[in-house]
Design a protein around this ligand. Sequence first.
Ligand SMILES: Cc1cc2nc3c(=O)[nH]c(=O)nc-3n(C[C@H](O)[C@H](O)[C@H](O)COP(=O)(O)O)c2cc1C
Length: 221
Amino acid sequence: MTICETITARHSVRQFLDKNVKQKDIVAILDAARHSPSGSNTQPWQVAVVTGDTKQRVTEAMVDAFEEGESPNPVYQYYPDPMPSPYYDRVKACGIALYQSLNISRDDKAGRRAQWAANYRSFDAPVMLIFWMEGIMQTGSYMDMGMFMQSTMLAALDFGLATCPQAALAQYPDILKKQLGLPSDAIILSGMALGYEDTEADVNQVRTAREELNNFTRYYD
Ligand SMILES: Cc1cc2nc3c(=O)[nH]c(=O)nc-3n(C[C@H](O)[C@H](O)[C@H](O)COP(=O)(O)O)c2cc1C
């Protein structure tokens, strides 16, 4: 595949095979991703690779917090509130496609909560990645982190692996800091599920739409 084909082929996967990922593949993926660009080569990224018993503990703590109605306290606000068109329309379309694929109806609150909670298990992927940076880092480094995450997702495809970036995993930063021994001021940006795609799963057939190029590009000659 060309790089353009790889970028186009990547999609978020939310159901994984019960098959472990080789440690050497995880290392190779992150070894490629560390070549991502960053402002003045600051390389602000820190990654926690969470598997096995630790993943189980992290998941249980986050699911408990969610079930007990603990208020999420992410370090940053992802979206504008309220969110206007066209952004809200895209969020809505994305949610509808996802829930339809899972047979979760509009008024099925329990079903929606269960799907959200599945985030805390990284959709049962064998590997949960947590992307964070030191508390002193500023807004510019968020761009670097995004590039590092995209590199990770594209590199994973080289190893036959699939991903789903997960801002949901940044909802309870204090739990991650405690469970993973991260600094108290760590900026936890996102998680990511990593594993082998269950290509038969309905949820993995969802493909999100993209705006036409001409709707967001202007050429100045
Ligand atoms: C930074 C980031 C955080 C995301 N967080 C979540 C998440 O918490 N849960 C989830 O199911 N999908 C999450 N997604 C996946 C998006 O919904 C998905 O990328 C988008 O709908 C486009 O679909 P695609 O990835 O299949 O191309 C996230 C994506 C990004 C880039």
